[in-house]
Design a protein around this ligand. Structure first.
Ligand code: GLC
Length: 446
């Protein structure tokens, strides 16, 4: 693999240029060709990267996303760009505005959600604003006043609609809701998703943009994705119906950990900016509940967290990056946390001797279902490296945070800003010029 090796200055200039190129005006597409719309958790990471460039533009990104929030509180996983095509399933397939009155009127969205990392972005934006002048601070304060209620509604929806029994874990009804579309975590649950003969025909658009189909999910996987979409549509995207009818229902431990930490982050913002006490109290209570839910899902032996398949009533024991969910939100007893950190550093993950960079691959290279080039089945996703480095800094582990940042930056030096990377060779894979990869680099270099 040739290694161009851009300097930091060149790299951040290129990352900024990339985000500018993917900017449609009020939204940044997740990638130029493969993902020509706004994705929910991408938008949050993107605004983290925009904040050092322009706090105003970062705020606009979140404003655009929140303008697409459903009336029940859900932030949809895609906000479709006006007049852009080239992605399947698009608005015509989701039909949200046709089958539910909860979807927003003015924009088209998908009917599922994605991991709740948005509070992290809000916090980052406020931090940047504090370093700027009075006008910028006034603008972010105004943003927070305007959007506080929406952010709390988003969290309340997750806590209620996606954990109705108060188990402290978020249920997802589609693998896409995890953000890790085809992770081996979902294989067993998907095996029970049998597309009906009435699955309306469709044509994939993703394979037109990625040259090598083996880097993408398979056709059978896609049939299942689209079948679940049909099931949701038939349920009218109704929060009370989905738990009864969906073939796929899994408690996602990684999303739950993100939610726990995001609730704490938002609660602290609420305290700092004198938001209603009752909101702060709710947020702290959800943080505690979900932290406990994550801890309860982690192994007593090594702390590794597991997802729970509600249909099969079985814990899902795969060896993926999601095992490290408790490191994001904390709460493990000391010894167990130490063991989990050893697992993170050890040969099953970051310490695998053949890794090009010491960053966590999406799936352990040691596990039987590891595929070094296939999407969430093995490659390294820079944005996940960023998330762990952010979380480690927050947890009070600056050396760990710095190490991930350094390795993440070494990987990014090729300037491709790829969606994901082959863990052994460092080859950039999937989509190039992926917005959130550039955003991670911008934050690291700030
Ligand atoms: C893929 C990823 C998902 C991401 C989206 C846009 O679907 O699996 O996590 O949000 O692309 O980048």
């Amino acid at each position: 693999m040739p290694h161009v090796g851009f300097t930091s200055t060149q790299l951040s200039a290129r990352a900024a240029y990339l985000l500018r190129g993917n900017d449609l005006g009020t939204m940044t597409t997740a990638a130029p060709k493969l993902y020509p719309h706004m994705w929910s958790w991408d938008a949050a990471f993107v605004s983290v990267g925009l904040a050092p460039l322009s706090v105003e533009r970062a705020v606009m990104e979140l404003d655009t996303l929140l303008s697409a929030q459903w009336s029940n509180g859900m932030i949809p996983h895609i906000v479709f760009a006006n007049g852009m095509d080239g992605y399947f399933p698009g608005p015509a397939r989701w039909e949200c505005s046709v089958v539910t009155d909860k979807a927003p009127g003015l924009v088209e969205t998908s009917g599922i959600t994605q991991p709740p990392v948005h509070a992290i972005a809000v916090q980052r934006i406020l931090d940047h604003a504090r370093r700027r002048g009075r006008t910028t601070r006034a603008m972010t304060n105004e943003f927070l006043d305007r959007r506080w209620g929406d952010l709390v509604r988003w969290h309340r929806w997750l806590a209620r609609a996606r954990d109705p029994e108060g188990r402290g874990r978020i249920t997802i009804f589609h693998g896409w809701e995890s953000g890790m579309d085809n992770s081996p975590r979902w294989d067993a649950a998907y095996a029970n998703v049998v597309p009906g003969p009435d699955l309306p025909p469709y044509r994939r658009a993703d394979l037109e943009h990625v040259v090598d189909a083996s880097m993408r999910p398979s056709n059978l996987e896609y049939d299942r994705y689209i079948w679940l979409l049909e099931q949701m549509k038939r349920a009218g995207y109704d929060d009370t119906v989905l738990p009864k009818v969906m073939d796929f229902a899994v408690e996602d431990v990684f999303v739950s950990a993100i939610f726990a930490v995001a609730c704490d982050v938002l609660a602290t913002i609420g305290e700092d900016y004198a938001k209603p006490r009752s909101d702060v109290r709710d947020l702290r209570a959800w943080a505690d509940r979900f932290r406990s839910g994550v801890v309860a899902a982690s192994s007593e032996r090594n702390g590794a967290a597991a997802d729970y398949d509600l249909r099969a009533r079985r814990w899902i024991h795969t060896e993926t990056i999601a095992n490290f969910a408790p490191l994001l939100c904390g709460g493990l007893p000391r010894e167990r946390e130490r063991a989990l950190l050893r697992l993170f550093d050890g040969p099953r993950f970051c310490g695998h001797p053949d890794l090009r960079y010491a960053v966590p691959p999406s799936n352990s290279p040691i596990s039987g279902d590891f595929r070094p080039r296939e999407y969430w089945r093995g490659p390294v996703w820079p944005v996940m490296t960023w998330l762990f480095s952010w979380a480690f800094a927050r947890r009070g582990w600056p050396e760990r945070a710095a190490r991930l940042r350094e390795e993440g930056l070494r990987q990014a030096e090729d300037g491709a800003f790829a969606e994901y990377y082959e863990p052994f060779t460092g080859e950039p894979l999937g989509s190039m010029q992926q917005s959130w990869t550039a955003a991670a680099v911008l934050d690291w270099l700030d």
